[in-house]
Design a binder for this molecule. Structure first.
Ligand code: NAD
Length: 503
């Protein structure tokens, strides 16, 4: 039976998604727009203002004025924290709308985006708590000197975000930037412009002064690029592809900008023969098929101990084949549709290349028959993937997993590290000593041992190698958005050399 994939366009979707600058909803100065697509049908559902350099100038000017004049930067931490908590309240109150819009706009299953809205609210609460207990260091040198740190927000922060779980990832940058006292210009991803549209009202109700929070929509190479190059934006926090990160770093060099780069991944999930195999199987499946496989920390290379390899591949294939692929808005759907036809073609290109290179297709690899339109793909498992295959090396960012056998611990580590990326890793073994040995040897910014993606917000987040530069998460995010100035106070008499003082 062919399923009807079109969700009706939510009645509350704006006819034009505008920028939000200085507390006003405004179109582009030159009137430029682009179309937003519903990924379940690829039909255009609304137009979006396409920001140009002039729009970015206007937003940065509003943010600069607000940084200087609105009182936000100088507000006491407790007062700013109260505003952040009210933002979290507003998000929770609109949780249903945010999830519905995000599901419609991105193709992520509704059951999974509901969690993302909750997580976003939690990010605001977390950074509210963090700044209230924030301390500034002081260093006393005997009775002669006191050195103390003064934290100052850096100014206008440029925030550039991707389309996978957009609302949550925007909160990940907005919450610490605002908590720190910065004002911001956010450039959301062009493929997922909708859910951020709830924020202006929530922020205004929460008491964020006009100009503190600004949105400029648009194409990366236009609006994003103008933000990166803007002389009055001292810091850029970027999440997206590694190649885009490289371009941004080059373009930010002239302005000597502070950069935080959260980039791509090709994370290994290493499963030893002595592991709890039911849990490891759940992890392998969740790791690459949740959020449509469009997740930066996806465990997209499953490395399996030879002694359990055949059985594990069979079980993984069976579970993947039973997945409920369907319209993203249906409660039972486990895998929705990929964000955009261009991305769909790219993912299919990876599938075709893997076949051509000789990897063994266990299941999937094609559009489900009951979903003839939209960007739907069956969960896809390739086994016997070798390190020289593109599928082992390149980020797919879709529901496609590469499974590779290993003989022993050394080979597992060698295979895990045989990639330019280093974002996340997962290790499954009941031998704790081995697990911790492997954890120390795998080159990744984050590693989960016998668990999956559960993250304490206080911990560092970020990648090594081509997966990122700098770490966010907890106090590290506050460090990024603030300057730590040092005052050296001399409290004793004397202590200075007296050049030229000899009579
Ligand atoms: P992308 O790099 O194509 O785009 C990300 C953002 O950058 C978008 O807003 C885009 O408009 C903007 N952009 C593009 N070109 C630009 C330019 N020249 N100057 C300034 N801005 C520009 O990434 P994407 O396809 O939206 O997202 C998927 C990627 O993000 C994957 O590689 C994924 O691994 C990565 N990601 C990483 C993390 C992490 O925390 N490490 C989290 C989520 C996603």
């Amino acid at each position: 039976m062919v399923e009807e994939t079109r969700m009706s366009i939510p009645a509350d979707v704006p006819e034009l998604i505008t920028h939000y600058i200085g507390g006003q909803h405004v179109p582009s100065l030159g009137g430029q727009t682009f179309g937003a697509l519903e990924p379940a049908t690829n039909a255009e559902y609304t137009r979006v203002a396409a920001g140009q350099a002039a729009d970015v100038d206007r937003a940065v000017a509003a943010a600069s004025d607000a940084f200087r004049d609105s009182g936000w930067a100088d507000m006491r931490n407790r007062a700013r924290a109260q505003v952040l908590n009210r933002i979290a309240d507003g998000i929770e109150a609109r949780g249903e709308q945010i999830a519905r819009w995000e599901c419609f706009d991105t193709g992520l299953p509704i059951s999974q985006v509901e969690q993302q809205a909750k997580r976003a609210a939690e990010n605001y609460r977390f950074f509210a708590d963090l700044i209230v207990v924030q301390t500034e260091e002081a260093y006393r040198v005997a009775d002669v000197q006191i050195n103390y740190v003064v934290r100052k927000p850096k100014g206008v922060a440029g925030l550039i975000t991707p389309w996978n779980t957009p609302f949550m990832l925007e909160s990940w940058k907005l919450a610490p930037a605002l908590a720190s006292g910065c004002t911001v210009v956010l450039k959301p991803a062009e493929w997922s412009p909708l859910s951020v549209s709830v924020l202006p009202e929530i922020f205004a109700e929460a008491g964020v002064p006009a100009g503190v929070f600004n949105i400029v929509h648009g194409i990366g190479e236009q609006a994003g690029d103008a933000l990166v190059r803007h002389p009055d934006v001292p810091v850029i926090s970027f999440t997206g592809e590694t190649t885009t990160g490289q371009i941004i770093m080059r373009n930010a060099a002239d302005g000597l900008k502070g950069l935080s780069m959260e980039l791509g991944g090709k994370s290994p999930n290493i499963i030893f023969g002595d592991a709890d195999l039911d849990a490891a199987l759940d992890s392998a499946i969740f790791g690459v098929f949740s959020l449509n496989g469009e997740r930066c920390t996806a465990g997209s290379r499953v490395l399996v101990h030879r002694e359990i390899y055949d059985e594990f591949v069979t079980r993984l294939g069976e579970r993947a084949a039973r997945f409920r692929v369907g319209p993203p808005g249906e409660a039972a759907t486990e895998l929705g549709c990929l964000i955009h036809p261009e991305h769909f073609d790219k993912v299919l290109g990876h599938v075709e290349k893997a076949k051509a290179e000789g990897a063994r297709l266990v299941t999937g690899g094609k559009r489900p028959e009951h979903l003839p339109e939209g960007n739907f793909l069956e969960p896809t498992v390739f086994a016997d993937v070798r390190p020289e295959h593109a599928l082992f090396r390149e980020e797919v960012f879709g529901p496609v997993v590469a499974v590779t056998p290993f003989e022993d611990e050394d080979e597992a580590v060698r295979l895990a590290n045989d990639t330019k990326y280093g974002l996340a890793a997962y290790v499954w073994t009941n031998d704790l000593k081995r697990g911790m040995r492997v954890a120390n040897r795998v080159e990744s910014g984050m590693l989960w041992l016998n668990s999956h993606n559960i993250r304490d917000l206080r911990t560092p987040f970020g990648g090594v190698k081509a997966s990122g530069v700098g770490h966010e998460g907890g106090t590290r995010s506050i460090d990024f958005y603030t300057d730590q100035r040092i005052v050296h106070a001399w409290i004793a008499d004397g202590g200075l050399p007296r050049f030229g003082g000899v009579q």
